[in-house]
Write a protein that binds this ligand. Structure first.
Ligand code: PMP
Length: 413
């Protein structure tokens, strides 16, 4: 790790002013918000857009001919166009609005899985997946008599890619893998992994919950078959999220949920379904949240997202340097390619105690298994403390984190 001397030219104070929540105090101390991997904060422009919808436009979409309904529909569909451009999908209808990453993966496991996975087939995931990218596949495998295969990781928390190649075969029906691990911060080489899977004719789902908020992601460049992410981790409200799927796959897949909004015709004998994206969007969606996601994308486009990504990476390197210099601190996840996440333990201190003491200093980190129990088992720890960064965090906040970690060690010495 090279020493970080100067941060890139990023006006972090100007950015912080966009996020009202950051200016408050917690336990009498200025809030240091380092739980961005769980949920990031929301800028004023996104809050304003949501409020405007509720104040002036609130109405059910798609089925109304009246002014408000048409207005709300236009705003919601404009958000879909923004998503399309943001991830460079070929068509907006390949972007299905869902509640978040969890729902997106469940949709694919249910719909693709029930059509294309059968007895004796294999589903390939990795040892660093979030539970949201394990359990839907387990349920499917149990139901179908299929098997889950797991790409192993090394001590740094990197995928062992030679093993990946060996695990792919003609029985593999899907690969589902995280772009960035929420527990370790590892950035996986998903473009190469997708190309390898495609040599075997196997489609790939990318869990992009921790990548889309942190650096530009281009679904066509990756050649991803499916890619899912959550709005609440990318400066938008909860309840918004996206499943991107290649049209060729989505067209072949049956609906996930059924009901209003996803049909062409209904009789008691038979129903025919609407085309994309409606086929996968039964019922009234989270309209305000979807419009909010569009506003968050506008915000990211307005701030030079690539510069933000560089700044965030430098912050991660600075924090890595600071924390690894503290005796008794052990970093969990030391991959050569990392983004945003710094997981650590302190000798003889339970991570929950770390979290509680840091909170007394106004510092918000997450302590727990991060919905990645297999990762904890691999590293033989019950849990970790996790600091996760966004482009509004500062070097001074990292210094405060390091000071508070010293304090934890003093308390437990
Ligand atoms: N996958 C990863 C890598 C995540 O970090 C998370 C959220 N912690 C999820 C899936 C689930 O996301 P959500 O709770 O928004 O559905």
């Amino acid at each position: 790790m090279t020493a970080v001397k100067e941060m890139s030219n990023w006006d972090v104070e100007k950015i912080r002013a966009d996020f009202p929540v950051l200016s408050q105090t917690v336990n009498g101390k200025p809030l240091v918000y380092l739980d961005n991997a769980a949920s990031s904060q929301v800028p004023q422009v996104v809050i304003d857009r949501g409020a405007k919808y509720l104040r002036e436009e609130h109405s059910n979409i798609h089925r109304g001919v009246h002014y408000l309904s048409q207005h709300a529909t236009t705003a919601y569909e404009a958000a879909r166009e923004k998503v399309k451009r943001f991830i460079n999908a070929k068509e907006a209808k390949e972007c299905i609005f869902v509640r978040g990453t969890t729902e997106g993966i469940n949709l694919v496991a249910y719909s693709y899985g029930r059509k294309f996975v059968g007895e004796g087939d294999e589903i390939l995931i990795s040892a660093m997946e979030h539970h949201a990218n394990i359990i839907p596949w387990q349920v499917l495998a149990e139901e179908k008599g299929a098997r889950i295969k797991v790409i192993p990781i090394n001590e740094r928390g990197e995928l062992i890619l030679e093993e990946y190649e060996n695990l792919l075969n003609e029985r593999t029906k899907i690969v589902a893998v995280a772009h960035v691990s929420n527990a370790l911060g590892t950035v996986n080489p998903v473009k190469e992994m997708i190309a390898t899977a495609h040599k075997f004719g196997v489609p790939v789902l990318i869990d992009a919950a921790q990548s889309v908020p942190h650096f530009p992601v281009d679904v066509q460049d990756l050649d991803a078959d499916f890619l899912v992410f959550s709005g609440h981790k990318m400066y938008a409200p909860t309840g918004s999220g996206v499943l991107y799927g290649k049209k060729e796959w989505l067209d072949k897949m049956p609906p996930y949920q059924t009901g209003g909004g996803m049909i062409r015709t209904v009789t008691f004998e038979k129903t025919t379904y609407a085309g994309l994206p409606e086929k996968f969007e039964a019922g009234t969606p989270a309209i305000a949240a979807g419009i909010g996601l569009g506003a968050a994308i506008d915000y990211l486009n307005s701030i030079d997202f690539e510069a933000a990504a560089r700044y965030e990476h430098e912050l991660l390197e600075y924090a890595t340097e600071k924390l690894s210099a503290i005796e008794g601190v052990k970093l969990i996840g030391t991959a050569r390619e990392k983004a945003s996440v710094l997981s650590f333990t302190i000798e003889n201190v339970h991570p929950h105690d770390i979290g509680t003491i840091l909170d007394q200093s106004g510092i918000a980190v997450r302590a727990g298994h991060h919905c990645a129990q297999p990762v904890m088992q691999f590293f033989d720890v019950p849990a970790t403390a996790r600091a996760s960064f966004a482009f509004y965090n500062t070097r001074e906040e990292v210094d405060k984190l390091a000071e508070a970690v010293h304090k934890v060690i003093e308390v437990f010495a």
